[in-house]
Ligand binder design. Structure first.
Ligand code: GRF
Length: 204
């Protein structure tokens, strides 16, 4: 199976996925890294890894296209060319259109830095910290047309202590992300995720 990873920022999840794939845990090829932000750290990570494992890199800026449809058409072209069977959103900061999601139904994963359905949106860690929850964490889920709402694949919790700052909490959440995202991808690639409505059954 060929995987595409979409990112817009730091790329620490991308790195964790690349590391896991290199160790042989994810039995698939990372064929394509897509970004809408030229010069983001994730692209540097992809370039460094790509030297060894031959990742293709596509950078497409939204401002260069009149419509979202035209913008996404660039991605779709590359996904088709590379025969992509799984799209992994790893800090990709744009909503995909319904048409795009429909074209890859049940083949797009996302990671969110909170225990969904709590603290949806772009600031999951900050929002959970400011709310004062004692427990937060991270969620890997399938992508559906509504933001942060698709069926949950894996979650991992993180305790919020009285000594935590938003920064220390972010570190702890990211540490969990780097464990569960490669694991969820591995399960997908191995055909071990069975979708039963909103529930995901993990097969032995
Ligand atoms: C992660 O916290 C992820 O949950 C969210 O965006 C962040 C991406 O971080 N969707 P990185 O770019 O992988 O370091």
């Amino acid at each position: 199976m060929n995987i595409a990873i979409f990112c817009s920022g730091n790329g620490t999840n991308l790195q964790a996925i690349i590391n896991s794939q290199k160790k042989g845990h994810i039995k698939a090829e990372i064929k394509l890294v897509v970004s809408d932000v030229p010069g983001c750290c994730a692209l540097t990570r992809a370039k460094n890894a790509g030297i060894n494992i031959g990742i293709n890199i596509l950078v497409v800026e939204r401002k260069n296209f009149k419509t979202k449809k035209d913008f996404e058409a660039e991605f779709l072209k590359a996904l088709k060319k590379e025969d992509i069977g799984l799209i992994v959103l790893a800090g990709y900061m744009r909503m995909l259109s319904e048409d795009f999601i429909a074209a890859y139904e049940n083949k797009i994963l996302n990671i969110h830095p909170a225990l969904l359905p709590s603290f949806k949106g772009t600031q999951g860690i900050k929002d959970a910290f400011e709310y004062g929850v004692k427990l937060t964490g991270t969620t890997v889920h399938f992508v559906t047309k509504d933001m942060d709402s698709g069926p949950v694949i894996l979650q991992s919790s993180v305790k919020v202590t009285e000594d935590d700052t938003e920064e220390t909490l972010a570190e702890a959440v990211h540490e969990e992300e780097h464990k569960i995202y490669p694991r969820a991808i591995q399960l997908f690639v191995d055909g071990k995720l069975k979708i039963e409505g909103r529930r995901i059954r993990i097969l032995d």
